[in-house]
Design a protein around this ligand. Structure first.
Ligand SMILES: C[S@@+](CC[C@H](N)C(=O)[O-])C[C@H]1O[C@@H](n2cnc3c(N)ncnc32)[C@H](O)[C@@H]1O
Length: 303
């Protein structure tokens, strides 16, 4: 994976094979070895480029990427996320303290891009009725592994499989939004499934980070690209097929997306790096976190 990777708080593995998939040259599961095993073919390194990517190819690429990398993501970040903690970002902003969703008890809540549904478990423990939605089957298998009985839905944020007005609240901690081409489409879908007055709170990479290399050290402190370049970050295989896509919006774009989706912006939170947090998560680090924002959380209300 490129040094310039703009990944959201996700894994940074260069090995696109998960532990669930056999290595090239390995015997099928349970089969005896009958002769010398050829050395595994090294997985071709995807090429990182900036180029257009539409909705369908972004969705296809990211579903595959998250399915292949869910195991590593949960292994690497599961402790920080906690099984039933609601953390908005690598800075460690916790919903238990931030209260951005307001009262959750007795509310129907949709979590979008839920991963292993850690946030939904926190919501359920506070008397909410959460539904955890994610594009990745493997991420949802981790949700099942952790347990807790939260309803899980495998679907794309761009086409929510719910009736109009099904939820009081919707939330997303770095889920889905960085990965979809049609941001306003997602906003409209969330608007449709929320009841009037419902809150929609989501965190994404702070747009300013796109101007900097995605590196936790001092090399991540010098501007290297235009903040205004909205061309998606794409990793593609040797045939030019995208295997990972991330979409960039400026801060102004994001405000306009929210408003175009029918929401009122109530707050825009830029979490500061707290003293207690010494962990690095990809390009998020104490060094950079003390100087430039890494996350922005949008707090919106359905008109
Ligand atoms: C960085 S993870 C965040 C997961 C979880 N909120 C957490 O904090 O661990 C991003 C999640 O978004 C999901 N995702 C990506 N694109 C999506 C889409 N179009 N619709 C729904 N989920 C999507 C991925 O499968 C992944 O689980």
């Amino acid at each position: 994976m490129s040094q310039d990777s703009q990944h959201t708080p996700g894994p940074r593995s260069t090995d696109l094979r998960t532990s669930a998939e056999p290595a090239a040259g390995a015997a099928p599961h349970g089969a005896p070895h009958t002769g010398p095993v050829p050395p595994p073919e090294p997985a071709a390194e995807p090429e990182a480029v900036r180029r257009p990517a539409g909705n369908a190819e972004s969705s296809r690429a990211n579903r595959g990427w998250w399915d292949r990398n869910a195991d590593e993501y949960q292994r690497e970040h599961g402790d920080f996320l906690g099984d039933d903690r609601f953390v908005w970002c690598p800075e460690g902003l916790d919903e238990a303290e931030a209260g951005l969703l307001g009262e959750v008890a007795g509310r129907d809540v949709l979590e979008i891009g839920a991963g292993a549904a850690q946030c939904s478990r926190w919501l359920a423990a506070r008397g909410a009725r959460p539904v955890a939605l994610d594009l990745s089957h493997r991420q949802l298998q981790h949700a099942l592994r952790i347990g807790g009985g939260v309803p899980l839905v495998e679907a794309d944020a761009g086409a929510l499989p719910f009736r109009d007005g099904s939820f009081d609240l919707a939330c997303s901690a770095y889920g889905a939004l960085p990965f979809v081409a049609d941001q306003v489409g997602v906003m409209r879908e969330v608007h449709r499934v929320l009841r009037p007055g419902g809150r929609w709170v989501f965190s994404v990479t702070h747009p300013i980070r796109w101007a900097f290399p995605d590196e936790p050290g001092p090399e991540g402190l010098s501007v290297a690209a235009s903040y205004f370049d909205r061309t998606p970050y794409v990793e593609q295989d040797e045939d030019g097929e995208p295997v990972y896509v991330e979409h960039h919006r400026t801060l102004g774009d994001r405000v306009r997306d929210v408003v175009a989706g029918g929401f009122r912006l109530v707050d825009l939170v830029e979490p500061e790096w707290p003293e207690w947090n010494s962990q690095e998560w990809g390009g998020w680090s104490p060094l950079r976190g003390h100087l430039i924002p890494g996350t922005v959380v949008f707090v919106c209300e359905r008109a």
